[in-house]
Design a protein around this ligand. Structure first.
Ligand code: KG4
Ligand code: ZN
Length: 339
């Protein structure tokens, strides 16, 4: 490690993963520890916020200690502590923010509050050490769907967003409707491989006033209507066909808008980010469209797509070198805006 190297300890607790990581110079992951709560929430068919907060409290200190240990560094060697300040579940966020504040204060280290969505985007710097802004990024997670121009490491311009449900939410709701349960996205992804994506035609809404905005609630309703109609008429439903056709529609919606935006904004690089970016059909759809149009395509490895703290440490690094410092009054902000 050279004297110029900057080590960031990242902490993430915005939803159902308690995570901590140590990242060098924003790109090199020295450790990435994730304590998942999937088993806990599966019983209830979705994330129960109060239970999530309690589990974060139990996990946060051991997870941070493990991240330092696995990285082979002491707290003394860390240059700054970066923590997700929002958006997310307020009770869950508070646990990470309180832990990060306590550590930074005790060790006399600077504190940086990170936007979770920026973190998702920055996961691309980990998987692609040569990626530099500007580029177009499609961020698709359980709570957010944004199409943005990443003008610089800390400068994002949102050009499109969902007007209702997030992409991941649509995956989770459709999964529930066809009896797959929580967590829905990966289960739909798996079942869709056995289905025919052309079997059912679902709607594909467009908005006159902003061609880059999305809507997923209509698609979700169309899937529910299809299932109800089949039940009433006694038709047998192929769950695999429903999963494949739904997934294909989502992929088309996202790819079409991203390609349109890349052309209009003259972007040569297109990235994916967020939990839904680990979807195999979405990755393949973006890769094929980018190849066809001559754009370079970027997408983090699946472990850096879903919630993790390495991405928070990466975003925290760029905020830190840009001069960002949080005060000891840093608070969780469940509705923290990206730009
Ligand atoms: O980014 P993330 O881990 O958490 C949030 O910030 O929301 O995203 C979680 C979302 C969930 O809705 C989950 O169902 C979805 O990402 N997801 C997937 C896949 N893996 C996770 N959706 C589709 N296909 C997947 N393979
Ligand atoms: Zn996330």
């Amino acid at each position: 490690m050279s004297a110029q190297d900057i080590l960031i300890l990242g902490v993430e607790s915005s939803c159902d993963e308690t995570a901590a990581a140590v990242v060098k110079n924003g790109r090199e992951v020295l450790s990435n520890v994730i304590s998942s709560q999937i088993a806990l929430h599966t019983i209830y068919g979705g994330v129960v916020p109060e239970l999530a907060s309690r589990r974060h409290i139990e996990a946060v200190s051991p997870v941070i200690e493990a991240a330092l240990r696995e990285a082979g560094v002491t707290l003394e060697q860390i240059d700054a502590v970066a923590v997700t300040a929002g958006p997310g579940l307020v009770g869950a966020l508070l646990v990470g923010v309180a832990a990060a504040k306590a550590i930074a204060w005790a060790a006399d280290k600077p504190l940086v509050g990170v936007n979770h969505i920026k973190g998702h985007v920055c996961a691309n710097y980990i998987s692609f050490p040569d990626l530099e802004p500007p580029y177009l990024c499609m961020t698709v997670s359980g709570g957010h769907t944004h199409l943005s121009i990443v003008r610089d490491y800390t400068d994002f311009q949102i050009i499109g967003r969902t007007r209702d449900d997030a992409a991941g939410e649509a995956f989770d709701k459709v999964a529930r409707a066809i009896g797959l349960g929580y967590p829905g996205g990966p289960k739909v992804d798996k079942l869709a491989k056995e289905g025919n994506p052309e079997a059912i035609v679902f709607p594909h809404p467009h908005f006159e006033d902003n061609p880059y905005d999305f809507s997923f609630s209509g698609l979700k309703s169309a899937v529910l209507n299809y299932l109800n109609h089949a039940e009433m008429t006694g038709e047998t439903v192929s769950r695999a066909d429903v999963a494949a056709s739904f997934q294909k529609t989502v992929v088309e919606m996202l790819v079409d808008r991203a390609m349109l935006a890349a052309r209009e904004f003259d972007m040569k690089k297109v990235a994916l980010a967020g939990g839904v970016a680990s979807n195999s059909a979405l990755r393949a759809g973006f890769a094929a469209a980018c190849e066809k149009h001559g754009y370079r395509f970027y997408c983090p490895q699946p472990v850096f797509c879903t919630d993790n703290a390495a991405m928070i440490a990466s975003a925290g690094y760029y905020d830190f070198v840009n001069g960002a410092r949080a005060g000891w009054d840093l608070n969780a902000d469940p509705g923290l805006a990206l730009a």
